[in-house]
Design a protein around this ligand. Structure first.
Ligand SMILES: Cc1cc2nc3c(=O)[nH]c(=O)nc-3n(C[C@H](O)[C@H](O)[C@H](O)COP(=O)(O)OP(=O)(O)OC[C@H]3O[C@@H](n4cnc5c(N)ncnc54)[C@H](O)[C@@H]3O)c2cc1C
Length: 261
């Protein structure tokens, strides 16, 4: 039977752009260009490598995001994924990690899966917790932060590198894994891949299709709330110490005044 892999990919605001909060203190996503979270490219790459090793596999890329999030799906499809699912709904505005994980879990169940692959963290929220919450919601094992991953005989295996030790981990499928930026360079889409991606199916889903009520997501369903936000102050010129014999003393005084020494 075909190995069904679902890769969760997030469309994130370009970190090199000028990002702002909207009036309701959510990220103003209309104000800045977005792209496929770089860390999720590693997840797509690992899915492609697992599929290449398997006799028969199908890769679905899944995103919860606004209209423009299709760009992230197209990029993953042009890398080689087979099909895509896009959950988009006006009621998702303001959804936090609890709501996002609920929507992803329902969409994954609807799609059907043996293995879910996530990135280690998104490059905007950077919580790194979504894969664990997702596994809990799906009631399957989680093997997170892998720098090496493979699938053999219905088992997913991998290596997690810590500061002092490397662990070999495994779990029976179905399971959720997340992979790190050490798992292997993500491939660039080829011209053929980019052309092929235009014809690959992208299924559009709304909350109704997933039996999710509007009050379970959005700002209303969020477990977290941003009370206030302030712009980071502009950079100042800093203090320049000119050494005219007293430089060392002045430097020490400055460091002491800042409580560095
Ligand atoms: C339109 C929109 C509005 C939002 N508004 C808010 C808001 O106002 N406040 C708020 O707290 N959160 C909001 N979110 C949710 C937030 O952006 C995150 O998706 C969520 O909180 C997960 O946190 P994280 O990105 O830090 O995930 P992490 O735990 O860092 O992500 C780990 C991995 O989970 C997967 N993943 C994460 N998010 C998605 C996704 N959306 N689709 C597919 N895969 C994903 C990726 O594989 C990623 O590498 C919004 C999301 C969307 C799409």
């Amino acid at each position: 039977m075909s190995l069904r892999i679902v890769v969760c990919v997030k469309y994130v605001p370009d970190a090199t752009g000028d990002r702002h909060f909207a009036d309701d203190l959510t990220v103003d996503r209309d104000d800045v260009d977005g792209l496929l979270s770089e860390l999720d490219e590693y997840a797509v790459e690992q899915a492609l490598q697992i599929a290449e090793e398997a006799d028969d596999a199908e890769i679905t890329v899944l995103t919860v995001g606004p209209e423009d999030a299709k760009d992230a799906l197209r990029k993953a499809l042009s890398m080689g994924a087979d099909k895509a699912v896009h959950v988009e709904d006006d009621d998702l505005h303001g959804t936090d990690v609890m709501g996002t994980s609920l929507v992803l879990a329902k969409a994954i169940e609807k799609t059907g899966y043996d293995l879910v692959i996530c990135g280690m963290a998104s490059t905007d929220g950077t919580m790194g917790v979504l894969p664990a919450i997702l596994a809990e919601r799906l009631n399957v094992p989680q093997v997170t932060l892998l720098s090496e991953v493979s699938v053999e005989d219905g088992t997913v295996k991998g290596r997690r590198d810590g500061d002092t030790a490397s662990e070999q981990l495994e779990a029976a499928l179905p399971a959720v894994v997340s992979v790190t930026d050490q798992s292997g360079e993500a491939r660039y889409p080829s011209f053929k891949g980019i052309m092929a991606a235009k014809k690959k199916p992208v299924e559009a889903l709304e909350l109704d299709d997933l039996d999710i009520d509007a009050d379970e997501v959005g700002l209303e369903g969020a477990w977290t709330k941003v009370d206030s936000a302030a712009e980071r102050p502009a950079r100042t010129a800093g203090t320049i110490v000119k050494d005219e014999g007293e430089g060392g003393k002045q430097l020490a005084e400055f460091l002491a005044s800042q409580k560095f020494i």
